[in-house]
Design a protein around this ligand. Structure first.
Ligand code: ADP
Ligand code: ADP
Ligand code: ZN
Length: 213
């Protein structure tokens, strides 16, 4: 099964994707994670996108489509979870073509709905484990009291350079302008399912489970 998690920054896409990986053996393809990796390893592409990402603007379609195309040729396991991709109509068309060309199809697009005010809280409290990428939140999912990641025992946690109020404003604007048209696009194709992303992490996971069966 191949699915897209669609939603604004901080909606909980990464959090839910990781659960699906654990529970269903699916493969998470997060373009945000891939771009951050390219930055950390200092590749020419990583250097090229750094400032754009910190401002909260979108990286070019060519770059992210290229990243996804490479991954689709690898292990497919229980199917792909597209997390943070596609973000433009051009990316959505490209994904359709890439899947077609490999004899694959898209099964479901899950739109996660979260109010803007809640997104500010989510993003400003977010941190991730530096070793395994587990996502934490200062109040809703705190790092264990012993300071060790509950998944891998790691002790280094990172905050994202773009998780500040100014960048979030730009990211939200970009979401409504460039990404939200995908809701109509996938509705028209019969792929769209909507879940309430405002509940607790377990409640959202249960809603997604009900959609995926
Ligand atoms: P969030 O968790 O806020 O939804 P991501 O980790 O998915 O953010 O993305 C972080 C940044 O990486 C984006 O603000 C954008 O600059 C870039 N990016 C990620 N995915 C894409 C994409 N599909 N198209 C263009 N830019 C992207
Ligand atoms: P996205 O990948 O959509 O940007 P994340 O999964 O990184 O979102 O979640 C953003 C922040 O909100 C993280 O700190 C995460 O721990 C927290 N979070 C995710 N889902 C929920 C939820 N349902 N309720 C409360 N906090 C959540
Ligand atoms: Zn960890």
């Amino acid at each position: 099964m191949n699915i897209i998690l669609l939603g604004p920054p901080g909606a909980g896409k990464g959090t839910q994707a990781r659960r699906l990986v654990d529970e269903r053996g699916m493969i998470q393809l997060s373009t945000g994670d891939m771009l951050r990796e390219a930055r950390t390893s200092g590749t020419p592409m990583g250097k090229q996108v750094a400032a754009v990402m910190d401002r909260g603007e979108l990286v070019t379609d060519e770059i992210v489509i290229g990243l996804i195309a490479e991954k689709l040729d690898g292990d497919k396991a229980g199917g792909f979870i597209f997390d943070g991709f596609p973000r433009t109509l051009k990316q959505a068309d490209a994904l359709g073509q890439l899947l077609d060309g490999r004899g694959e199809k898209l099964d479901v697009v899950i739109e996660m709905q979260v109010d803007d005010e809640a997104l500010v809280d989510r993003v400003s409290g977010r941190s991730t484990c530096g070793s395994c990428g587990e996502v934490y939140h200062d109040t809703t999912k705190p790092i264990p009291a012993d300071g060790k990641c509950s998944v891998c025992g790691g002790t280094e946690f990172k905050r994202r350079a773009d998780d500040n109020a100014e960048s979030l404003k730009t990211r939200l604007f970009e979401y409504y302008k460039q990404t939200s048209p995908l809701i109509g696009y996938y509705y028209a194709k019969g792929h769209l399912r909507t879940v309430d992303g405002m509940g607790e992490i377990d409640a959202v996971a249960a809603e997604i489970k009900a959609v995926l069966g």
